[in-house]
Design a protein around this ligand. Structure first.
Ligand SMILES: NC(=O)c1ccc[n+]([C@@H]2O[C@H](COP(=O)([O-])OP(=O)(O)OC[C@H]3O[C@@H](n4cnc5c(N)ncnc54)[C@H](OP(=O)(O)O)[C@@H]3O)[C@@H](O)[C@H]2O)c1
Length: 330
């Protein structure tokens, strides 16, 4: 590698457009690898991060955004696992900023990808797929057979439809538009409710009662959390895992006190920290196996790095059309 500098997108101030700039190429430490980034998706978590909603987690600008992606490992910082990854094509997450020509990731958060998987296909291999795998484990542990899911036409929602169905779990999918109903039908979903239909709440209540659906995965939060929970059987749990509404979840105390409903958070990071090394290994194996089928993402558009801000704006307005990728090597 001749250059010591690379191009990147930089968040200089929360809520401000990204700057396209040149910085030093980071150097991997022990157990880490340097990756030449080929593709990185924009996820809702990136939008929250850019808006400053993750500031409480200790992120301080200037910062290179992008939490996951795919690329080629070109340098090891030392250690058996990192050395093994040298010259391998990988998907990665928890990196030091994927919206850049190069990034650093821990060798343990890299997954070698098969030769027949493109960098574009591999770019979203971690965050959504692993979250869906974790959700299924949570459902199995609770011995529940049917779950409710909001914002179900998301990339994650489409994976859930395929993966849960193939594991014998029924999903009551909630969307907000008719075109999203059609998207999910194509994925093989059998129960799809439009939250803007007049009879949405009675329909939901009947289904959750008939199917004893006691788990709700909520990507929206706000008042929706409590509104859906109020239609579910006693002793149901809402796992809030996204905040697409940008509002705090609210639930009537009556639901909590007299019907034993509960609200918990669900996060990929917390789930990964809570599981055994064996389950983690099995989950990563599932990812590798299912990334072209159950756990795949559709890609709607790709942008070169210098047009990253345009990519963010396009994605914010077209979330249901598929993943938007940033391509740092264009
Ligand atoms: N907790 C975790 O560890 C974790 C991990 C992975 C993902 N997530 C969360 O999973 C969710 C889905 O992620 P993704 O990458 O699959 O998203 P995505 O593909 O970008 O899709 C987002 C979907 O949400 C819908 N949406 C946006 N705002 C909404 C609102 N206020 N009410 C109803 N629907 C709304 C969009 O529909 P429109 O087209 O109608 O806007 C779109 O269908 C996000 O909330 C993300 O933060 C959480």
């Amino acid at each position: 590698m001749e250059n010591s500098q690379m191009k990147c997108l930089s968040l200089e101030q929360f809520g401000q457009p990204l700057a396209f700039k040149q910085v030093d190429i980071p150097q991997p430490g022990q157990g880490e690898v340097l990756i030449k980034v080929e593709a990185s998706p924009i996820n809702p978590s990136d939008l929250l991060f850019l808006a400053g909603k993750y500031a409480t987690l200790g992120f301080v600008p200037p910062y290179i955004p992008g939490f996951e992606g795919s690329g080629l490992v070109i340098k090891s910082g030392g250690g058996q696992e990192a050395d093994y990854l040298l010259n391998k094509r990988v998907a990665f997450f928890r990196c030091r900023g994927a919206y850049a020509q190069y990034t650093i990731s821990n060798s343990q958060t890299c997954l070698i990808i098969d030769d027949d998987i493109t960098f574009n296909q591999a770019a979203s291999s971690f965050i959504n797929p692993l979250t869906v795998v974790g959700m299924l484990e949570t459902v199995k542990e609770a011995k529940v057979k049917t779950v409710v899911h909001s914002a179900a036409a998301s990339a994650l929602g489409r994976m859930m439809v395929r993966y849960f169905k193939n594991n014998g779990i029924e999903v009551i999918n909630i969307v907000r538009r008719q075109d999203q109903v059609e998207i999910l039908k194509k994925e093989g979903a059998t129960i799809i409710l439009n939250q803007n239909d007049q009879d949405f709440y009675p329909q939901l209540k009947k289904l959750t009662t008939d199917l004893n659906a006691k788990i709700f995965f909520d990507a929206i939060a706000g008042s929706f959390t409590g509104e859906i929970l109020s239609q579910m059987p006693n002793n149901s749990t809402a796992y809030v895992y996204g905040l697409l509404s940008g509002e705090n979840s609210s639930v009537s105390p009556t639901e909590l006190i007299f019907r034993d409903q509960s609200v918990k958070g669900f996060s990929l990071n917390t789930w990964l920290q809570s599981i055994t090394p064996e389950l983690k290994r099995q989950s990563l194996e599932k990812l590798q196996k299912l990334i072209k089928t159950d756990l795949k993402s559709e890609i709607s558009k790709e942008y070169p790095l210098q047009d990253g801000q345009q990519a963010i704006e396009y994605y914010s307005k077209n979330m249901s059309s598929g993943k938007v990728l940033i391509k740092p090597q264009y």
